[in-house]
Design a protein around this ligand. Structure first.
Ligand code: ADP
Length: 180
């Protein structure tokens, strides 16, 4: 099946492994330690090699000694990945929805897109931030992600292509069905 796209082809929905994606930047759903972890974070560090952790340690030392706060974004090189850069952001942990989760999830996407724009990147790929171990309900995340990308695209010409990479088809279907 052809991947679904929106906004004149600027937003593309795909299923697969984000570490394989050849784009200017992939986004990592990191934790605030920036020291790697499970899920997509672990997969990115494994595929990208030790240079990424070394850069993350440096960011911790120089800029974020207490860790990267939820909603913020930083970047490293892509190491052995096909992507040139990795934008590391921290999504919110779901605590029921009344602890600012929505705003933090919005910020994680917005600040990652803003960083990509600053770096003059043409293409960026996101995993489904916070919807794994962090427990954010997938339908609720879909609405927020669609809106923040819509608003960003309206105001900015870069990045030109924004990919949402879902790990399985069921998750991609939840996204496309929720936003329709
Ligand atoms: P979080 O802690 O932000 O919830 P997780 O890594 O636990 O992050 O999950 C985020 C999403 O990433 C989940 O939907 C999970 O299925 C997905 N995921 C895990 N590995 C990969 C991968 N290699 N490529 C794309 N998505 C992945």
């Amino acid at each position: 099946m052809a991947p679904e796209s929106f906004f004149n082809g600027r937003l593309i929905i795909e299923t697969g492994d984000i570490t394989k994606k050849k784009v200017d930047a992939i986004v990592n759903a990191a934790n605030s330690s920036l020291m790697g972890g499970g899920g997509v974070d672990g997969a990115i560090h494994r595929a990208g090699g030790p240079a990424i952790l070394a850069e993350c340690k440096n960011i911790r030392k120089k800029t974020y000694p207490d860790g990267l706060p939820a909603g913020e974004a930083v970047y490293t090189k892509g190491g052995n990945l096909p992507a040139r850069y990795i934008i590391h952001t921290v999504g919110p942990v779901w605590h029921g929805g009344a602890k600012g989760e929505k705003e933090l999830l919005r910020n994680a996407y917005f600040n990652s897109l803003s960083l990509a724009k600053e770096l003059k990147l043409m293409s960026i790929a996101f995993p489904a931030i916070s919807t794994g171990v962090y427990g954010y309900p997938k339908e609720e995340a879909a609405g927020i992600v669609y809106k923040v990308i819509h608003d960003f695209i309206k105001k900015n010409s870069l990045p030109e292509k924004i990919y949402l990479i879902f790990f399985n088809k069921g998750d991609a279907d939840i996204f496309t069905e929720t936003i329709q």
